[in-house]
Design a protein around this ligand. Structure first.
Ligand SMILES: [Zn+2]
Length: 141
């Protein structure tokens, strides 16, 4: 038993193991296998296997640098997607009271109170100021 554990530890040495992307791959694969209990779709099964193979490939990979770069890229896309959904959720929720305008200098999304007229907006990110006209529902009353 001891020698088996030792061999296993040796085998795992220098391998990449877990990161956020691997958690997502593993969970996605398990989730798909769970979903696929009844439909037994070949397409779902294919993705289930694909995610699992990718997971093991990355888990056992010795190219730590490359796997780390993949994970950073994944986290960046994940963050942007999450921000996009949060922003749009807030836009819908605050539609009656606020509008979102893009800073022309740094492209940051800024929240401005929905009051008719010209607004002087100062971007808190880059410090630049710009003017923005706001209309109610597209029409000025
Ligand atoms: Zn700005």
């Amino acid at each position: 038993m001891r020698s088996f554990l030792y061999k296993f530890a040796m085998f795992m040495q220098g391998r990449y193991k877990m990161d956020q992307l691997n958690y997502v791959l593993l969970i996605a694969s398990l989730l798909l296998s769970f979903i696929n209990v009844f439909p037994r779709s070949l397409i779902i099964y294919f993705f289930e296997l694909l995610f699992l193979v990718l997971f093991f490939f990355r888990f056992l990979s010795k190219n730590i640098y490359k796997r780390g770069a993949e994970n950073r890229k994944f986290l960046s896309i994940w963050g942007k997607t999450r921000d996009f959904f949060i922003l749009n959720k807030n836009k819908i929720k605050e539609f009656k009271t606020h509008v979102y305008v893009k800073c022309p200098y740094c492209k940051a999304q800024l929240r401005v109170k929905r009051i008719n007229g010209k607004h002087k907006v100062r971007c808190p990110r880059c410090g630049e100021s710009f003017e923005k006209k706001i209309h109610f529902g597209g029409k000025n009353k």
